[in-house]
Design a protein around this ligand. Structure first.
Ligand code: GLA
Length: 413
């Protein structure tokens, strides 16, 4: 009797505490201000690039008419430094009126009219990381209500200036507060990144019940070193991270920096390939108003996006290391796979590499497999599991293959 009672209580608790917004069934895609625009609030001398409504509107226009939205890039998110340094007389956060003269609701309307969704940034703590007003345990409810009243669609909830106990209370509390507004708001939690990103300090099962995505590790910077560091951290900790991911709950290795200054063409391909293998959110931080055609084509690669957005939602992993080469692999629906071979070498020589699907335990299809080269955008041919596939992988670059059973028609592409 008592046990049954306890069971009911626990189920009720799970019902109330879990994030029930039905969002993020595939990794979220979009654009965010932080990596490229940081805390640039100088709208007087740098009106094109400061954090303000002009930047958001002009990027939203590009997302809507530059072919981005149709591919799934729908979230446009304002990161830190959007607010005034003081709450209003009713205790609500308020945007800086000089930089957001029309207000957030009008900006959300503008974004929605273009078929996009608006994201905003908050921080569980006394201040945001950039020193703007934070959300304390006492202001979680009012802030969730304010965001919902503006018709915001996503919240990135950072964790500067709070301790571990406050985080343990505050992240679930914000999840419930967002739920209670009745507005579906994609909830991105930076909590694990502040706790070292790993169990036992981070409980990924619980996190998956209260957040749609979460930052696990350090901020991406505009450099290949930074991307490599993130890749290595995810590879080393994949046993803990892989089971955490799935529809509605994603690990977030941080923003895509393709189209910025720090990555070469090959390195941009590598970041995209590994992010897709990791079932990572594809959130760009770049200037879509002036992006090169080359970078645009990489970010708009349909097969890459198809792989990232695969409905099985299973995160892939690094399966082998051979000198400077790494083999990464992700299982997709219907016995399809994505395979990426990354060449971390910097000696200048494209590396030749031979590998069969049988080496990767891809052997089920009696008729063999069709291979597509994701970045060359070409059909390679049909191979048997034991066929040796030859690849040439450029330094700091990647070769990525999409593998599907030969019997399967490619009707979803
Ligand atoms: C932290 C986060 C970044 C960004 C900044 C804003 O560093 O990890 O992604 O949001 O704060 O100040």
């Amino acid at each position: 009797m008592q046990l049954a009672y306890l069971g009911i209580l626990l189920s009720l608790w799970a019902l109330c505490s879990s994030l029930d917004n039905g969002l993020g069934k595939t990794p979220p895609m979009g654009w965010m201000t932080w990596e490229r625009y940081r805390c640039n609030i100088d709208c007087k001398t740098d009106p094109e690039n400061c954090i303000g409504e002009h930047l958001i509107k002009s990027i939203a226009d590009k997302m809507a008419d530059g072919g981005w939205r149709e591919l799934g890039y729908v979230y446009i998110s304002i990161d830190d430094c959007w607010s005034l340094k003081k709450r209003d007389s009713k205790g609500r956060l308020q945007p800086d009126p000089e930089r957001f003269p029309s207000g957030m609701k009008a900006l959300a309307d503008y974004v929605h009219a273009r078929g996009l969704k608006l994201g905003i940034y908050g921080d569980l703590g006394n201040y945001t990381c950039g020193g703007y007003p934070g959300t304390t345990l006492d202001t979680i409810q009012i802030d969730a209500e304010t965001f919902a009243s503006w018709e915001v669609d996503m919240l990135k909830f950072d964790g500067c200036y709070s301790n571990s106990s406050e985080k343990a209370l505050g992240y679930p509390k914000m999840s419930q507060a967002l739920n209670s507004t009745g507005r579906p708001i994609l909830y991105s939690c930076s909590w694990p990144a502040y706790e070292g990103g790993l169990p036992p300090k981070v409980n990924y099962t619980f996190l998956g019940s209260i957040c749609n995505l979460w930052r696990n590790y350090d901020d991406v910077q505009d450099s290949w070193d930074s991307v490599l560091d993130i890749i290595e951290w995810f590879a080393c900790n994949e046993d803990a991270l892989q089971p955490a991911a799935g529809p509605g709950r994603w690990n977030d290795p941080d923003m895509l920096i393709t189209g910025d200054f720090g990555l070469s063409y090959e390195q941009s391909k590598s970041q995209l390939a590994i992010w897709a293998i990791l079932a990572a959110p594809l959130i760009m931080s770049n200037d879509l108003r002036s992006i090169s055609q080359e970078a645009k084509e990489l970010l708009q690669n349909r097969l890459l996006i198809y792989i990232d957005q695969d409905s099985l939602g299973k995160q892939g992993r690094r399966v082998a290391k051979v000198s400077s080469l790494e083999v990464w692999m992700r299982e997709l629906v219907d016995e399809q796979y994505a395979v990426a071979v990354l060449n971390k070498g910097t000696d200048g020589i494209p590396k030749r590499f031979f590998m069969s699907l049988a080496d990767l335990n891809i052997t089920q299809s009696a008729l063999g497999y069709k291979l597509y080269d994701v970045f060359e955008k070409e059909y390679v041919g049909i191979v048997k599991p034991e066929t040796n596939i030859e690849m040439n992988i450029n330094p700091t670059g990647v070769v990525m293959l999409f593998v599907c059973p030969a019997s399967d028609r490619l009707h979803r592409l």
